[in-house]
Design a protein around this ligand. Sequence first.
Ligand code: ADP
Ligand code: MG
Length: 712
Amino acid sequence: MGSYNRIMAIDKIAEDFSGTPCGAGRTNLDMYGVDVFNEKAIRKYLPKGIAEALLETINNGVPLDPSIAGDVAHAMKEWAIDRGATHYTHWFQPLNGGTAEKHDAFMEPAGHGEAIMSFSGKNLIVGESDASSFPSGGIRSTFEARGYTAWDPTSPAFIKRYSKDAILCIPTAFCSYTGEALDKKTPLLRSMQALKASVRRLMSCFGMPNSLPVKITLGAEQEFFLIDKRFYLHRPDLLQCGRTVFGAPPSKHQQLEDHYFGSIKPRVANFMAEAEEELWKLGIPAKTRHNEAAPAQFELAPVFEELNLSVDHNMLVMEVLRTVADRHGLVCLLHEKPFAGVNGSGKHNNWSVQYGDRNLFDPGNDPEQNMIFLTVLAAVIRGIDKHADLLRSTTCSAGNDLRLGSNEAPPAIISIYLGDQLSGILDRILDGSEKSGRRSCEMRMGVDTLPPLPRDATDRNRTSPFAFTGNKFEFRAPGASQSCAGVCMMLNIIAAESMDYMSGRLEKLSPEEFNDGLQQVVKDVISKHRRVIFNGNGYSAEWVAEAGRRGLPNLSSTPEALKPLLDAENQDLVEKYGVFSKIEMISRYEVFLAEYRRRINIEGGISLEIARNMVLPAARSEFVKIAGALSCSQSTGGGQGESALKEELRVIGELLDRLHTACEDLSEELKENGDGVVPAMKKMRTIVDSLESVVDDDAWPLPKYREMLFIY
Ligand code: ADP
Ligand code: MG
């Protein structure tokens, strides 16, 4: 028997966690935002004038006056020390998809064996760090390793706690000595600036004042799995890749649909409560929690916030979920497809744009508002259709390749769901007639004829990658472990370009021509780009065929989905909006492709290790055991069981042979490090999963799906 003892592991979990008591409950929100240098702290720790200046930057994007940096740094330090902090760090988001930090103590030696706590304006504004070990896609070489982090005052500093100390974290952008962005935040901020300008331009076509604040908002729903840590530690694949590379499907998984929105088990509810409390301390508005579709799968959704902040907050949500899970003897899996055969985990990006206090994606209920809404809607439809390839490129990864297009995940084809009512309205704009065959009436965008739209103008369609959900778009293709930054950056660029296209045409119209002209522009755009609208079942095979007929791209694997980054027209677009230079764009291609290849190679390596060192020995012992039983049976004159034993021996013998071959094949593919690794892994998986169902339960060296997904 292998070192993994399944009976013991299961019994221990049962003993430790059956009857997990429920907490006493919480009665107030005093802790909300205590670990954020928020408006309250700013006003308390800074003189009035400086506080106002800083808040202008934070709330309205007014450039920061560098002369106040010293005072801000001092206030931040005092506040952080009062909250128990001993160190500070510039917190940034390199291209490896995670967050990075390097702690510096506030401590400065002051001579005579004494020390003081110090933190200067310069410490706050800029940090210098060795960039050579972060991915840069050729922008940096090791010998010119300098990288800089620059304070992003629009995302408030916060405190991260460990059991022994606390760290003041300053959100920063990360760039090279020559100014190229080496991170995810810089391009995001650039894209926000671009979209804001395009929104203002479009709004002035409608005679709106062009000085109102533009706010881009994001609500990121986070899906994840929780499993008991003891199972996790016995799965080398989970430990090293975050997903299971083997595992036979259990008889019961999600067929009964009894987990989705089911009552949350006490152990998980207690975990959730603690995670929420941590998030609330950080001023992260975690609001909704529920069981998701797969067993052991959950979701946490915050209230939406301004985009840059929301992206930072989602990075923290992932970290908090992981660390709090650990305290509860659980492991939070953020991988897009930790378990084959059941739902994967996505991150629905709810995105919208506000001008002044008007949500531009809200159909509203007065005709004038409709006019703007339909124009913006047409712009988004055009953008998504024109740049579906670019948008798709922001969602690809080794993990998401396994999720998109399988088990209740949208396909890799980008399409838009609008719902019947909005689609009906667009149809009427196009043919000027009522769909139902009633009296034909011309559909005009002007003041008089457009019917007010009810608030919930759409039904729900979970199968669409990009769904209009009443007053926002919900982009569902992104994977659970991905940063929202890249995805939203691309949405911003696409929307900016399309709004500029609309503005370009509208600006040519005289006031007299405006209503008819606008109608024509919207009509042209919709008739040209309506192919991207699809209200049917996105999970179906028919849609894949239909999308092919419509000429929509279906970039199903990461190497394919990254290619649009090399397209010259795409590079021009992204450069035009000041988000990436060509060099930066190519560097993203290089970084993401290299990361993909490395991940696949690691998964292949783990598959091979588990197969050779765990599965083959277990299967061989099983073979020997059955052979023994057979010879015993033959020596005692056979009997009814003999033919069954012979059959078992044949089956397992054959699987053993196939597994040997599969090991050799995978090993060869790994040397090549090419596209052959994924199919070789899949082939091996089929064999190993078959063995799982014939090898004695006691001798199987890995925790099984039915255990990991159900015992917690
Ligand atoms: P569902 O699971 O049905 O999609 P949820 O209520 O769980 O809906 O999540 C919706 C998410 O969308 C929440 O994070 C919510 O704050 C966010 N959201 C709502 N309105 C907007 C908006 N105008 N802009 C961005 N996000 C929004
Ligand atoms: Mg959702």
